[in-house]
Design a protein around this ligand. Structure first.
Ligand code: SD4
Length: 284
């Protein structure tokens, strides 16, 4: 399962891998890479909205049910941060690399530097500069992180999360998406969860880790997603203008999703189901 309408692109690629007996890890990585590489998707990978200085900076993380994980944040000039995150997981003793260190690591591992600010993103940035107001438009400028959760034929689960982050963020700002436990969390005893929307609210509540923990305590994926969104609303201020959504899957493949605002969609694909669904929501 994958977040938002472009989740179908990730699912199609990931499912091709799963049906041949491939791993959940390969499925989520290859799935989200399709979206990262698409310049038309304006909040992930190449073509993403830049920050206030006009720089595209990318955040991504990847995790397996056994607790292995890797992450990159504030990465520039590399189109597929998820693949770098996987290399951090597999080839370093660390979990997270950021900024220049992450870039250097990527270059050392054969990734190519590319210009991520497309003509369309540059134009939007120049328009934004006229007013320079930091008020991301709900479901437009603060969404579209792609997160994918997959279960493979061996019963292993994996997840990936990748984004250019909130549009017009401060230079150096890192959101929830590369933070294990916030934007993404999995535990092979329970299942996985991921988040989309305003990352600050997700970090504050350790969102995805909480969803998995609530599933461990007996909630269904749907109930757990609802509970964390209700908690964010209860603790937050001015939720009218904020979108946060969660998506979760347990080890039986049961799914759930919930968001603060109307408009959060997610795509599901399995042997018996292929759907784009609108998540239930609190305000709308
Ligand atoms: C962030 N969660 O950086 C991301 C934004 C996003 O779908 O695009 N969410 O806060």
């Amino acid at each position: 399962m994958s977040t938002w309408d472009h989740g179908r692109i990730a699912n199609n690629m990931g499912y091709r891998i799963l049906e041949k007996g491939g791993s959940a890890l390969d499925a989520v990585e290859q799935g989200v890479m399709e979206v990262e590489s698409d310049p038309e998707v304006r909040t992930v990978g190449i073509g993403g909205f830049p920050d206030r200085e006009g720089v595209v900076t990318l955040d991504a993380c990847i995790m397996k049910g056994d607790g292995s994980c890797g992450s990159v944040a504030f990465l520039q000039d590399i189109k597929n941060p998820i693949a770098v995150a996987r290399k951090v997981m597999e080839q370093t003793p660390h979990i997270m690399l950021v900024g220049n260190g992450a870039l250097q690591f990527a270059l050392d591992h054969g990734f190519r530097k590319e210009k991520l600010l497309t003509e369309a993103s540059r134009k939007d940035y120049e328009e934004w500069l006229e007013k320079s107001e930091y008020k991301p438009v709900i479901n437009i400028e603060n969404h579209d992180t792609i997160s994918t959760l997959a279960l493979d034929m061996n019963g292993s689960i994996a997840g990936a999360c990748t984004t250019s982050g909130a549009a017009w963020k401060m230079h150096g700002r890192v959101g929830d998406s590369p933070i294990i436990g916030a934007g993404l969390f999995l535990d092979g005893e329970v299942g996985g969860a991921c988040a989309t929307g305003l990352g600050e609210e997700v970090i504050r509540t350790a969102g995805s880790a909480m969803v998995v923990e609530m599933m461990r305590q007996g909630k269904t994926p749907q109930e757990a997603c609802e509970a964390i969104v209700h908690r964010i609303i209860r603790k937050g201020k001015d939720m009218e203008d904020i979108q946060v959504g969660f998506m979760a899957m347990d080890m039986d493949g049961r799914t759930g999703a919930y968001s603060i605002q109307k408009g959060f969609t997610y795509a599901v694909k399995s042997q018996v189901r292929e759907e784009l669904e609108e998540a239930r929501y609190q305000i709308g």
